[in-house]
Design a binder for this molecule. Structure first.
Ligand code: ADP
Ligand code: ZN
Length: 290
């Protein structure tokens, strides 16, 4: 019995199969080009396991339609990636494999991985952010994703500009929202080099930490979760989490007594595997609920 995982990202698709213990057995990746080119590769990968495959979990870049009663449930909707606009992703998968499937956002899948097996394990309320090419977020309460007419978009929350930061912001919709100020492309645009090439002692990282701490502050006030997890490329700067702790403590001014900061604001225990393991766990859940 095998579970399938599809992490459909804006730059690459990562497909994997896992066993009943949700251990990853095989994993491949393809560049995200067009549905005509990428989807046959996805289907060919899972076709190798067709006899044993019992469910698939999909975590997709978005925005996506997650309303089960909607005519366009399972579609990628208004994405800036034109070839994927209004694409019936889940429909294409269902046509190839008639098995239960879970359908959620890429960041919800990673959040679920951390909830099931990582730094959210044993906790009932978990919020996960990825600070990468964009800022994505997923919130879980008692194993369920918090969502309403659609999935939340906390990555675009407004932040207060840092006093020494005169960057206008890089979000095409809002300019200086959290994603516009703190995602990888904003870091690169402001500094003229990629985050991975900026030394640890550069004063810029204090500015970056300030925005992430504002995000943690807002998240605390809105959800009072048991843990807030920050992953994604930018958080590979290992010194960032401590800087975020310090800025968060300063901004909060003791107003809310959170859990101990080292256990409250953390990076993902599963690191880059959070998404794949999350999709496998969601596949298992979809099978149970089918
Ligand atoms: P994606 O969001 O596309 O899934 P990532 O989470 O890896 O992918 O995010 C990519 C972004 O993170 C890029 O803008 C890149 O410059 C930045 N990034 C990657 N590694 C680091 C690093 N070690 N330090 C700072 N920024 C990084
Ligand atoms: Zn925005």
């Amino acid at each position: 019995m095998l579970y399938g995982s599809i992490e459909a990202g804006g730059t690459k698709f990562v497909c994997a199969v896992g066993n009943e213990k949700l251990e990853i057995l095989e994993r491949v990746s393809f560049p995200t080009t067009t549905p005509e080119e990428t989807m046959p590769q996805v289907i060919a990968f899972f076709n190798q396991y067709k006899d044993d495959l019992v469910a698939i979990g999909v975590g997709s870049f978005g925005p996506i339609d997650i309303r089960k009663t909607s005519d366009t449930y399972g579609y990628i909707t208004s994405t800036p990636k034109l070839a994927w606009q209004n694409y019936n992703f889940l429909g294409a998968m269902k046509a190839a494999f008639d098995i239960p499937m879970a359908w959620t956002t890429d960041v919800n899948a990673a959040a679920y991985g951390e909830y099931a097996f990582g730094n959210g394990q044993g906790k009932s309320s978990v919020v996960y952010y990825t600070i990468g090419t964009g800022v994505g977020a997923g919130a879980l309460q008692d194993g369920k994703f918090i969502e309403g007419f659609s999935h939340p978009e906390m990555g675009h929350m407004l932040v207060v500009p840092h006093k020494d930061d005169h960057f206008e912001g890089a979000c095409p919709f809002h300019g200086n929202c959290l994603e516009g100020m703190a995602a990888g492309p904003a870091v690169e645009k402001r500094n003229g080099r990629k985050g991975q090439d900026i030394p640890q002692d550069d004063p810029f990282w204090e500015i970056e930490a300030e925005y992430i701490a504002q995000c943690a502050y807002n998240t605390t006030l809105m959800f009072s979760p048991e843990v807030i997890i920050f992953g994604g490329g930018v958080m590979k700067q290992r010194h960032m989490v401590e800087k975020v702790h310090a800025a968060f403590t300063r901004i909060m001014q003791g107003y809310v007594a959170t859990p101990a900061i080292e256990e409250y604001i953390v990076t993902p225990a599963l690191e880059d595997n959070a998404g794949t393991i999350g999709c496998l766990a969601l596949a298992e859940k979809a099978l149970k609920e089918a």
